[in-house]
Design a protein around this ligand. Structure first.
Ligand code: NAD
Length: 258
């Protein structure tokens, strides 16, 4: 039986890396996210060629509960089931809390946290009915520890770790596991933008942000890769991971061990 996965925010960065790992394993996938329509279609077709599964695209805006529900329903209608949900869509904004734009706060809470509530409430009934499900929430090392100037992001990521634990308990007897993956820094478009913003907020150069702020936090002094995260997510969908639930797994080069 071919399993079906929804991966939110998979037109770029970590979500795309996870989609590539799932495609290579032969899953059916519904990708999601913003971008140029032709580029998204190219990505969809490339993913489909990588494995045996089919790959669809749904453009649901993760700030809109109705569109998120439609994403789940549409995927169920097309593939017959939603077995795996990877809640990955996310944005970042860096600035002191007293100057933090209210609309940025609201958007980060909606996209990085509440969207997972909406995919879960739509997908969980089917998972319970079929007795199998895997929910993977891409949190962050910032779901476990804080950094200055990231109040909305750190709040949302701590929140998603709480949601992970709660739903894990509610779903535990139904063959559904719920886990959070907590990456350290990965060089994706999101982080490239953050380098510039952090440099501005702290009054230092972009090179100093990379070496003295980001990799300073990571004892390995290496950025985490999307391939490492994709492989972990694939593992979490297997029978070998059936007893892992309610966890928040750091993949952060040792950051939160300090
Ligand atoms: P990215 O900017 O490369 O990709 C973000 C994806 O989310 C894109 O596909 C984008 O189109 C999509 N997206 C943004 N807003 C959306 C919306 N309203 N509706 C639907 N899709 C939307 O970012 P990334 O670095 O790959 O981040 C992915 C996830 O990983 C985020 O949740 C982020 O917080 C988390 N994360 C990233 C890092 C890192 O260092 N890059 C570290 C820890 C956690």
């Amino acid at each position: 039986m071919t399993r079906t996965a929804i991966i939110t925010g998979s037109t770029s960065g970590i979500g795309l890396g996870i989609a590539e790992a799932f495609a290579a394993e032969g899953y059916n996938i519904m990708i999601n996210g913003f971008g140029d329509a032709d580029e998204i279609e190219e990505t969809r077709a490339r993913l489909e060629e990588m494995g045996e599964g089919e790959v669809g695209y749904h453009g649901a805006d993760m700030t809109k509960p109705g569109e998120i529900e439609h994403l789940v329903k549409q995927t169920e209608a097309r593939f017959g089931a939603v077995d795996i949900v990877v809640n990955n869509a996310g944005i970042q904004f860096v600035g002191p809390v007293e100057e933090f734009p209210v609309e940025k706060w609201d958007a980060i809470i909606a996209i990085n946290m509440s969207s997972a509530f909406h995919t879960i409430r739509a997908a969980l009934p089917g998972m319970k009915e079929r007795g199998f499900g895997r929910i993977i929430n891409i949190a962050s090392a910032h779901g476990l520890v804080a950094s200055p100037f990231k109040s909305a992001y750190v709040t949302a990521k701590h929140g998603i770790v709480g949601l992970t634990k709660t739903v894990a308990l509610e779903a535990a007897e139904h063959g559904v596991t719920v886990n959070a993956v907590c990456p350290g820094y990965v060089l994706t478009p999101l982080v490239e933008g953050q380098v510039a913003d952090t440099a501005k907020a702290r009054g230092i150069t972009e090179e100093e942000v990379k070496n003295d702020v980001m990799l300073k936090a990571q004892p390995t002094k290496e950025f985490v890769t999307v391939e490492q995260l994709g492989a972990l997510c694939v593992f979490l969908t297997t029978e070998a991971a059936a007893s892992m639930t309610g966890t928040a797994l750091p993949v952060d080069g040792g950051w939160v061990a300090q």
